[in-house]
Design a protein around this ligand. Structure first.
Ligand code: APR
Length: 311
């Protein structure tokens, strides 16, 4: 069987790390695509990763390009094309520029690989994934946004730091839009099956929730120029791996809801089963009144940004 082909649209900070992680997980051959002005940069990154392969014997091939023909028949695309945040900006401030880029990217992907599975990372995430879906005309199960995987990993990290327990044993999910209104669900957050509400005092837990909601901004502030890239890359690779290896992992992702959780026609973070069919299912569960209110609040924020795209 030939290797899978994974194309990374945007070879900047996240794109470079995606290429490294995809190689180290041997997910397939990797193509890093960027604009002509950055062709040398992505060719250089590709060559650099090619040269680390001998140490652990990875067989994948990594190439850099600015030619759309080179992504032809890719199995998976991960899109980071766009600009990242600077301090003081929220994700919505990126809308105009990144929407223009997404229109171009969606048109080209549709032409080169109409059957691919597409993971969108570019921000503002929920609006960008909707833009890709609408412009490409891809089926809803082949288009998904990476947000909840990252937000949940941040929540897990803070709970592990607080309790001093292994991050591996912390389970939790963050639902809703990829913005300050996101909804970390404390009721289902556990450490080795023990509810966090039993382990962490309520006021301290509230601080952790707040830190989770603004975790991206915390890093933007520290960097001074650009946004997080290691954890976002790892989160998207987890989703790509679940698709390529038909793992059927349950990952909070921005999936198109058509009635689930009372949401209709919007991509928003919900627990999604990712397997060979793409987003195969959304796992719906009963929300309590305060959780429902929080989800409605985040939905309003998503609707507002989507409306601004005119799509
Ligand atoms: N086609 C392909 N690549 C593009 C295009 C385009 N039309 N326009 C811009 N790019 C490339 C840039 O040249 C750059 O190399 O996208 C890359 C973005 O990389 P970075 O600026 O390093 O940004 P990064 O930190 O990777 O974040 C990318 O993901 O998390 C989001 O908010 C973040 O929207 C941002 C995106």
């Amino acid at each position: 069987m030939p290797r899978s082909k994974i194309s990374l649209i945007g070879g900047g900070q996240i794109g470079g790390n995606l290429a490294l992680l995809a190689t180290q997980k041997e997910l397939g051959d990797v193509v890093i695509f960027d604009i002509p002005q950055s062709e040398g940069m992505v060719k250089g990154k590709a060559l650099d990763i090619m040269q680390l392969r001998p140490h652990d014997g990875y067989d994948s091939t990594i190439t850099g390009t600015s030619n759309w023909d080179d992504v032809k028949d890719s199995d998976v695309f991960i899109i980071t094309a766009g600009i990242p945040r600077k301090p003081g900006m929220n994700r919505e401030d990126l809308l105009e520029i990144n929407l223009g880029i997404m229109k171009d990217v969606a048109k080209n992907i549709k032409q080169q690989a109409p059957n691919a599975f597409v993971i969108v990372i570019s921000n503002p995430l929920d609006a960008m994934v909707n833009a890709f879906y609408k412009i490409s005309g891809f089926s809803k199960n082949k288009v998904v946004g990476m947000a909840g995987a990252l937000d949940s990993a941040r929540f897990r990290t803070f709970i592990a730091m607080e309790t001093g327990c292994s991050v591996q044993d912390v389970t939790c999910m963050v639902l809703g839009g990829h913005g300050d209104t996101m909804v970390p669900v404390t009721r289902y957050a556990t450490v080795g099956g023990v509810p966090v509400e039993e382990l962490i005092p309520a006021d301290r837990l509230e601080e952790i929730l707040e830190r989770t909601r603004f975790a991206g901004g915390e890093i933007v502030k520290l960097f001074g120029n650009g946004s997080a890239f290691y954890a976002p890359a790892q989160s998207a690779i987890e989703m790509a791996e679940s698709y390529l290896r038909d793992k059927k992992r349950v990952i909070p992702c921005a999936s198109l809801c058509e009635g689930e959780f009372g949401i209709d026609g919007y991509f928003i973070g919900v627990p999604s089963v990712i397997g060979a069919g793409g987003v195969e299912r959304i796992l719906e569960f009963k929300l309590k009144d305060d959780e429902k209110a929080a989800l409605n609040n985040t939905l309003e924020a998503v609707k507002k940004t989507v409306k601004e795209t005119g799509l």
